[in-house]
Write a protein that binds this ligand. Structure first.
Ligand code: ADP
Ligand code: MG
Length: 660
């Protein structure tokens, strides 16, 4: 996968990484944030208003879990248990496990499923599911239906919802995150941020309070197994390694037991579809009961099974091999993370299937410690999201971690199909980074910018996120052109890439979400169809506010540069170039209408920091000039007052900067 007009990395490249700032949690709607665990099998909404302990919100029948199943039978869209009940009869029109399809192209779908997938016309990799009756739905719309049901549940309890934190698996890439975010938007939710599931679970246990530590999160759900190793350092969780099996979960335990029941009922060969379904339902109920009891009696009339006793040991014998597979994945993930089990400060259990006693025993044995399981394992992720949402809604909550990290490295393809990483994996976000590249040959008047995500060295082995072209580069001898590529990654790990030729100023930028996400038109249509527009208006307003603030600081710094920047001793060269680089980054972000509020604020803080020594010297000069003839004591006093004012400003910045 080499570019037509390649570029090479300039060894003397400018390379700057912005410091992260805390998210600006300006009090807006304290207590009106909700946390959502959007699961493959089950979803859940929880709240923790005003610093209260988190609690899950229940439906009218008192059930907290909402099966992530959406039925498109007839004209209605039905979500949850009712949809699940229609599944056997209408397998093509009732969609379950849609999370697997999120952010995926049609070519990525290699697992078995009963649906009819249709390529979208001209939409590249985009596809829809044909649910019959002339209706085509995208995976994003299906997820949005689940999210909308949860939003409505919350609104019935607490009135208007301001925004939501939605959790995603730690390994979700940019396209999968983007798809989740789009689904939230379509459901009429302001998505405060996406949060990694293991991080959410760790937050629910308050593991962030200790400031540092190493944790493992073992998550066995309905259809997937995920294990993550997290490092908490200075209040920031970093995912050191993730592993697992995307085709192993509670459903497999059900299948193992169902197969046993069928044989035990004296049958040979294969059960019919109908029998299979009844066996599966009975097996699931028996499995769940066996978490509490030593034995259960099972009846499946259609298979001639009547009051058949299943003992826990028998069940454990059936699933032992499956659990062993999760343990092998744990060992591999610990190895990847370079962590010994005894170094871990804690192991957290997540997912309904971790109620199975054999799972708990296996985890305890492998990690050499009792796993944390006092919080309901199928609610713990939603609880962490609720705590985070409470903070982001503006509630004052003591010492809760707000930073997240980039899940995978982001970079561009360079000469020879190699990857130059621009934002490293695990960098705290939001982050802005840039790097200067140069031309390869004199014939070159354009550059292909190929944005990739992943840890591999070769672009062909990373996930391709976007390609765009920068044209109109002047013909220059090799290595003379200067093309600066800047990456801006916002608090949800969504990326904007800008390329600029420094001599001519030609520029091109792209918001990265092309091949897999929905296009803007489609999102707009869906948003119009959805009930709530408030969230966009709000986002646009906070962007506008942040833009004005940044513009104000840019003007002030430019005015100061023009006034005294040239005087001897006021602005050393190194400092001047730092200030100028920040000014350029600020100009670029302001020129881009879609720059996120977070990013604009981050750039403002950086510009203020970079120009602070300059501001101080300028102030000292001004004071000295005004103080000629005054006593040394008077001058010192006046300086002290000004310094205190500056320190106060600096104090405000470092409070926003958790890592510094
Ligand atoms: P996901 O994260 O995939 O949405 P969940 O965490 O909700 O899934 O887990 C669902 C799985 O948990 C199902 O396979 C369900 O049978 C299983 N489960 C729920 N309760 C129990 C229990 N008491 N004992 C064993 N398994 C259980
Ligand atoms: Mg889950």
């Amino acid at each position: 996968m080499s570019t037509q007009e390649p570029m090479i990395a300039d060894t003397g490249a400018l390379f700057q990484i912005a410091e992260p700032t805390g998210r600006q949690a300006t009090p807006r709607a304290p207590g009106r944030g909700i946390g959502i665990d959007l699961g493959t099998t089950n979803s859940l909404v929880a709240v923790a208003p005003h610093g209260e302990a988190p609690r899950a919100l229940r439906d009218a029948s008192g059930r907290a879990l909402l099966p992530s199943v959406v039925s498109y039978v007839g004209d209605d869209v039905v979500v949850g248990y009712e949809a699940m009940a229609a599944q056997e009869e209408h397998s093509c029109a009732v969609i379950s496990s849609v999370k697997r399809f999120m952010g995926r192209g049609i070519a990525d779908v290699t697992w078995p499923h009963p649906y009819r997938l249709v390529s979208a016309s001209g939409g590249g990799e985009l596809f829809r599911v044909d649910v019959g009756g002339g209706r085509l739905v995208t995976p994003v719309e299906v997820s949005a239906a689940v999210l909308r049901a949860l939003r409505e549940r919350a609104e019935a309890v607490m009135g208007p919802v301001d925004g939501a934190v939605i959790t995603v698996p730690a390994y979700f890439d940019d396209a999968q995150r983007q798809a989740t975010r789009d689904a939230g938007k379509i459901a009429g939710l302001k998505v405060y941020r996406l949060l990694a599931e293991p991080t959410a679970a760790a937050l629910a246990y308050g593991l962030d309070r200790g400031g540092r530590g190493l944790f493992a999160v073992y998550d066995l759900g309905g259809g997937t197994f995920d294990v993550s190793v997290l490092r908490l350092h200075d209040g920031v969780f970093q995912v050191l390694a993730t592993g697992g099996d995307s085709a192993l979960g509670g459903d497999d335990l059900d299948r193992a037991l169902a197969a046993y029941l069928f044989t035990a009922g004296g049958h040979e060969g294969a059960p019919s579809r109908h029998q299979q379904e009844l066996l599966r339902i009975a097996a699931r109920a028996a499995k769940e009961a066996l978490s509490e009891r030593e034995s259960v009696r099972v009846s499946v009339a259609a298979c001639g099974i009547e009051g058949f006793e299943v003992r826990r040991e028998t069940f454990e014998g059936l699933i032992d091999g499956l659990i062993e597979r999760t343990i092998r994945a744990c060992r591999a993930t610990l190895r990847d993370a370079g962590v010994q089990p005894r170094e871990l400060d804690g192991v957290v259990l997540v997912g309904g299937s971790t109620r199975t006693p054999l799972v708990r025993a296996a985890v305890a044995r492998t990690f050499g410690k009792h796993p944390l399981a006092d919080i309901d394992p199928d609610k713990v992720v939603a609880y962490g999201a609720a705590i985070q949402a409470d903070v982001l809604s503006g509630s004052a909550r003591e010492g809760v971690t707000l930073l997240d990290v980039a899940p995978l490295s982001l970079g561009i393809e360079t000469m020879g199909g190699m990857v130059e990483k621009i934002i490293p994996r695990n960098a705290a976000i939001p982050i802005a980074a840039r790097q200067v590249f140069t031309n390869y040959s004199e014939q070159q008047t354009g550059m292909q910018i190929h944005v990739v995500q992943g840890e591999r060295e070769m672009a062909g082995e990373c996930r391709s996120l976007a390609r765009f072209e920068l044209r109109g580069i002047p013909r220059l001898p090799p290595s003379m052109a200067r093309v600066e590529v800047s990456f801006q990654l916002d608090a949800d790990a969504l990326l904007t890439v800008t390329a600029r030729e420094l001599m001519t100023g030609v520029r091109q930028s792209v918001e990265v979400k092309p091949t897999y996400g929905l296009n803007d038109e489609e999102i707009d249509r869906m948003v119009i169809e959805s009930l709530d527009h408030a969230s966009e208006d709000f986002a646009a307003r906070s962007r506008a506010e942040a833009r004005v603030e940044l513009g104000r600081v840019v003007l002030a710094v430019r005015a100061a540069l023009a006034e005294v920047g040239g005087l001897p001793g006021v602005l050393p060269a190194a400092e001047r170039s730092a200030v100028e680089m920040q000014l350029t980054l600020a100009d670029e972000a302001m020129a881009e209408p879609q720059s996120a509020a977070d990013m604009l604020t981050l750039l403002r803080n950086q510009l203020e920091r970079a120009s602070e020594p300059f501001a101080r010297r300028r102030m000292e000069r001004a004071l000295r000039a005004g103080m000629e003839g005054k006593s040394l004591h008077e001058i010192e006093q006046a300086l002290a007052v000004e310094e205190a004012a500056l320190d106060e400003r600096r104090g405000a910045h470092s409070a926003e900067t958790i890592e510094g």
